[in-house]
Every structure is written in C-alpha cells, then in structure tokens.
Design a protein around this ligand. Structure first.
Ligand code: HH2
Length: 260
C-alpha cells in the first residue's frame, strides 16, 4: 500500500501532492513501483494535527480518486478517513477500501462500508491527533491492542461487513511509545491469529528516529526493518512511502525464505 497524502500538513510529505493532477501522477508512480493499493488521505493524523471538515476532506480526495480510477484503472484505491461522508463520496469516485484509523468510531461508517461492499482497515489508536501521545502506558500493549481489534472486527461483522473484507492494524505510533511500537511489531503473530490480514504502517515514523537519530526523510532503512516484521505473516499489507525499495526488499526476503 503506497501512501498518497493530499494534505498541507502530513508529517513526512506535507504539501507535496495537493493538486489533483500532481497527486494522480504520484499515485500512478506508486503503482508503477509495485503498489497494489494507493491510500489517499486528506486529513493528517500526525500528533497535533488540526481536524479537517468533511467537505474540505472530500474536496481534497475525491478529484484524486476519480482521476486515479480514470488513468490507472488497475490501481486499488483506499481512502484514509474517519468520516462516513468522506468514505461515501470516495466510494462514488471509485475507492474500494476505507482505511479508518478510528476503527469505525463514526456510527455511520461500518454500516456504510457494509452497504457499499467496501473493505475496511480497522486501526487501534488512543485518543485523537491532539491527545494521542499523552498516555502511552499499557499493562500489556499487545494483549490490549489485540483485544480491542478483535472487538472492533466483531462490530464490523455485526454491521454486515464480510470477514474477507476486514483488515486489522495495531496503529504503530498512535498512542504508543517506542517500546510499545517495538513490542507490537515483534508480536504481529498474536494479531494475525485473529484470522484477519494485518496492516502495518511504520514507514518513516518517529520511533525509527528515536532509535537511530535519522530525520524523517532519511528513515528508509529503518522502515524496511519494520516492514520485515510483517513479512513473515501469511497475509499482510505494509503501508509505505517508499514503494519501490519496499517491494524489492520484500521480494528478496520472500525468495530467501522460500529457499530455506
Ligand atoms: N499511519 C498514518 C496514517 N494512516 N493508516 C493505517 N492503517 N495505519 C497507519 O499506521 C497509518 C494510517 C500516519 O502516517 P502518514 O499518512 O504518513 O502521515 P499523516 O497522518 O501525517 O498524513
């Protein structure tokens, strides 16, 4: 899954692809580099980010999704949103997946996902972008995140979303400290044992900077090391900025594992 943020304030690629044409070209590039999914986001979720109204988020993402559907019809598009109204407009434009970092907190979201036969990524987080790094203490981060996602998956299923269209994400960097992020990455099998594919979004995140001192734009090697944690799973999606390097890394890793 390649990241396409059409926001003025994302933590890594803020303001780079705000025009629909530039954004669509970037989406086509991500697909050419080997992404199966392009994740289009119109609201930053980084710590401290300001909320964006639904109408503005729709204005940012819909033209890009529509242009991608026209020019790169092989691309599977997901919309990174917590708002059912945005997901609905994105589905009209051609999105097939809702990437919801709030795991269906909007009461209209999961019924909409079911009614429109969309897939959904349910992610664990604490609080919202304004509050999420205030409390990063857990008794057992892996058990707590796994139990929460099991419960949200059950809610999605009860809303009518088929099992095959539910994906679970531990929310690397969302209300976790460095140790919590590492423990989650080291225990992805626990989450996978719930029977749903796992999504991991660790690309360029601040725990890599905390471990290595590398600035945001120079965290590719650390991001690949984090992606390796998901590579051993039977079914996983890695959400990344650097698609070509990640595809190369995962291809060689899988080839070596296959030869073992
Ligand atoms: N991380 C970000 C945004 N969306 N979605 C999922 N499923 N998992 C993640 O880990 C995740 C996500 C934050 O990264 P980014 O999109 O690069 O930045 P921003 O939120 O500032 O736009």
């Amino acid at each position: 899954m390649g990241i396409l943020n059409v926001t003025p304030d994302s933590f890594s690629d803020a303001g780079r692809f705000v025009g629909a044409e530039d954004a669509c070209a970037r989406g086509a590039e991500l697909v050419a580099e080997g992404a199966d999914i392009v994740d289009v986001g119109g609201e930053s979720t980084r710590p401290g980010a300001e909320p964006v109204a639904a109408a503005e988020e729709i204005r940012r993402v819909v033209p890009v999704i529509a242009a991608l559907a026209d020019t790169v019809p092989t691309a599977l598009v997901s919309v990174d949103t917590t708002k059912a109204a945005v997901a609905d407009a994105a589905a009209d434009a051609g999105a097939k997946i809702v990437n919801d970092v709030s795991a269906g907190a909007d009461p209209a979201m999961l019924p909409l996902v079911a009614a429109r036969s969309l897939a959904v990524v349910l992610m664990h987080r604490r609080g919202d972008p304004q509050t999420m790094q205030r409390d990063t203490a857990y008794l057992d981060v892996v058990a707590e995140v796994t139990a929460y996602l099991a419960e949200r998956a059950a809610v999605a299923r009860a809303a009518g979303v088929p099992r095959a269209l539910v994906f679970l994400d531990p929310g690397i960097g969302f209300g976790k400290d460095v140790d919590g992020n590492l423990r989650l990455l080291a225990s992805l099998e626990d989450l996978a044992s719930l029977g749903y594919p796992v999504v991991i979004g660790a690309s360029r995140k601040s725990f890599i900077g905390a471990l290595t001192g590398a600035p945001t734009g120079d965290r590719l090697a650390g991001s690949l090391a984090a992606a390796a944690a998901a590579a051993g799973l039977r079914r996983a999606i890695v959400r990344v900025h650097d698609v070509a390097a990640t595809v190369q890394f995962l291809t060689v890793r899988a080839a070596v594992a296959g030869a073992a």
